[in-house]
Design a protein around this ligand. Structure first.
Ligand SMILES: CC(C)(COP(=O)(O)OP(=O)(O)OC[C@H]1O[C@@H](n2cnc3c(N)ncnc32)[C@H](O)[C@@H]1OP(=O)(O)O)[C@@H](O)C(=O)NCCC(=O)NCCS
Length: 140
């Protein structure tokens, strides 16, 4: 799938409805607030069909890079778009001098966990009974 990863601005978040729920979903409301306040930067995969996947990145207080809001529109999954977004995030954090890249994932999201393991992430700790934190060491 041809496309580029670009930073999305607050006023274009509405174009991301195919993969981020922009209606009443708390997560996207939160994303909107976070992008607006420059706490997170949101990046999307742009194709001729429009924006079809994305993620949000920020550097936590402990200095670790963090990925959230990681979604690809259902009809475009399994075409390595997610992998490209993770690779992009990794390069972004390296450029910020970040040594550890982390993310939270639900324990029952075994497909996503397999993808993260393939990309070099390993289990770090339990966040809740249902959620784990996975990390990857970056070469900076
Ligand atoms: C996780 C996700 C972003 C991956 O994007 P993608 O473009 O499909 O990723 P890739 O094509 O690079 O990799 C596909 C791999 O992801 C896995 N995967 C994870 N969740 C999946 C899902 N809901 N549907 C299909 N494949 C999924 C597949 O097992 C596949 O592995 P395989 O190649 O061994 O079959 C995407 O599947 C998605 O949006 N899932 C729903 C939201 C989600 O779970 N986000 C992660 C929250 S922590």
């Amino acid at each position: 799938m041809n496309g580029d990863i670009i930073e999305i601005r607050e006023n274009e978040l509405y174009k991301c409805r195919s993969f981020w729920d922009m209606s009443e979903d708390l997560t996207s409301d939160r994303l909107y607030g976070l992008v607006k306040n420059n706490i997170r930067r949101a990046f999307v995969f742009k194709t001729e069909d429009g924006y079809i996947g994305g993620c949000a990145l920020f550097v936590r207080e402990d200095g670790n890079g963090h990925l959230s809001h990681f979604n690809v529109a259902p009809e475009y999954r399994c075409q390595r778009i997610g992998s490209r977004l993770i690779d992009f995030a990794e390069q972004y954090f390296i450029s910020q001098g970040v040594g550890i890249f982390g993310l939270n994932v639900m324990k029952d999201n075994t497909d996503a966990i397999r993808l993260y393991e393939r990309k070099g992430f390993t289990y770090a700790l339990d966040v809740t009974a249902e959620k784990i934190y996975m990390t990857k060491k970056l070469k900076i």
